[in-house]
Design a protein around this ligand. Structure first.
Ligand code: SF4
Length: 429
């Protein structure tokens, strides 16, 4: 409850400190974590609406947390450690949920489904058990490897479905900065195999404005899109299924609390637009430009998101004033009035770029520091420095990086050969 904490500020507007003003409010509020996800309640009889809803399927959460460690990803940090549900538990839930809802699709949900250690067994079970009953199986967040392609070709209509890759950055250098463990080779090999299996549509997701980004990294997005298209045309003409379609989308990077990039500077909307136009021109220079469609995100909306992501309690009045001025349903572009938001910031004497475009000092106290996610600030800072040094950190299955989550007493930390001393040496926050 933020009201239980009094905040003081430095003259430059940064937070000086936060103290509890209630005897029952601890200095730090520790995140509560359920470690055994195979012995918890799972909602196997969810409400089923009479109307057709977008999420018209059974959602089976196979694990929580992620072993990866992408430095921009808040979910990947705050849901540590990775905890898998057992195969038996998931089989039971699948039966119960399909029977109780009557849905004809089951979606395996997690931050990175390919990392679930028993994915092969689970998918084979679902196909054998429910495939003949015309139940579709969908897997968001899969890495495209031989196994995934084989499974997807069994459960999806290749002509209708497109493959999705999220390289996030256009160059290997920048992918190392963000610790995205996906190489150009992975992407090109994956696309090549997919094209040979009959796919001809690929969606690619990138972020612009990542820390240390240079023009070469942006141009890399256009080049990678083109390389994928070229991969398609390496297949003999008689074996191709029509033309290839590559949809390249960019969103603007928004630094988030509790991530290694919480110290980072965000780009201004003007910088974003310049980068977006640069990329559009670079895509137009590519050999296969007609096969590549470029989509982008609204820059103004991203800037606002940036202010909310790392804002503090002084922003609450801005939100209230904007709401009173008619700002509602802002995610629909026709209802988004940036001028009203800008006025609300001005009326409250707040420059939103104080929250977005300022690289934080390493010592700065953050408005969210009174929340203890179990991941230490020391680890996040080390990761921020590693990012600037373009140094990759191994995933939790390969080696423990000592993030602090081991203090919860379970999950991947106790299966990865992690060195306990690495964790106990860390101070909490
Ligand atoms: S303590 Fe080690 S193994 Fe556990 S989540 Fe953190 S980095 Fe991964």
């Amino acid at each position: 409850m933020p009201a239980f904490y009094d905040v003081s500020y430095h003259a430059d507007g940064t937070v000086a400190g936060m103290v509890s003003n209630n005897p029952n409010a601890p200095d730090k509020v520790k995140r509560q974590v359920e470690m055994n996800l195979s012995e918890t309640y799972y909602p196997t009889t969810p409400l089923v609406p009479y109307i057709k809803a977008t999420q018209d399927r059974v959602v089976l959460e196979i694990q929580r947390g992620c072993i990866r460690g992408c430095r921009f990803c808040q979910a990947g940090m705050i849901y540590r450690p990775n905890r898998e549900r057992s195969l038996e538990y998931l089989k039971k839930c699948a039966y119960e949920m399909l029977a109780s809802t009557g849905h004809e699709e089951i979606s395996l949900s997690s931050l990175s489904s390919s990392d679930y250690s028993q994915l092969q067994e689970l998918v084979c079970f679902l196909i054998n058990e429910f495939g003949s009953k015309k139940v579709n199986i969908s897997f968001p967040s899969l890495r495209i490897d031989a196994f995934s392609l084989d499974v997807m070709s069994k459960v999806q209509d290749i002509r209708k479905s497109s493959l999705t890759f999220a390289p996030e950055a256009g160059s290997q250098r920048l992918r190392n900065v963000i610790n995205k463990g996906l190489t150009e080779e992975d992407i090109l090999n994956g696309s090549g195999k997919a094209f040979q299996s009959g796919w001809n549509r690929v969606k690619l997701y990138f972020m612009m404005g990542l820390p240390t980004e240079k023009e070469d990294d942006i141009e890399g997005i256009a080049i990678l899109s083109d390389q994928i298209a070229r991969k398609y045309y390496e297949i003999p003409k008689e074996q191709r299924s029509g033309k290839v379609s590559i949809v390249t989308s960019t969103s603007f990077f928004v630094p988030k609390p509790f991530t290694p990039f919480q110290w980072a500077r965000m780009n201004t909307s003007e910088e974003y637009l310049t980068k977006q136009h640069y990329l559009r021109d670079k895509i137009r220079e590519q050999l296969n430009r007609k096969s590549i469609k470029y989509n982008w995100h609204e820059a103004d909306l991203s800037e606002l998101e940036g202010a909310f992501a790392r804002g503090d309690r002084r922003i609450s009045k801005v939100i209230y004033d904007a709401y009173k001025a008619g700002c509602l349903y802002d995610s629909w572009s026709e209802y988004f009035h940036f001028d009203k938001w800008q006025k609300a910031f001005r009326d409250n004497g707040i420059d939103y770029r104080f929250y977005t475009c300022r690289e934080r000092d390493e010592e700065e106290v953050f408005p969210w520091d009174f929340i203890d996610t179990g991941i230490t600030k020391k680890f996040l800072l080390r990761e921020y420095r590693n990012a600037k040094a373009e140094k990759v950190t191994l995933n939790c299955r390969q080696s423990c990086a000592g993030c602090g989550a081991k203090s919860f007493g379970g999950g991947i930390c106790y299966r990865s050969g992690a060195n306990p001393e690495e964790v106990t040496n860390e101070s909490t926050n």
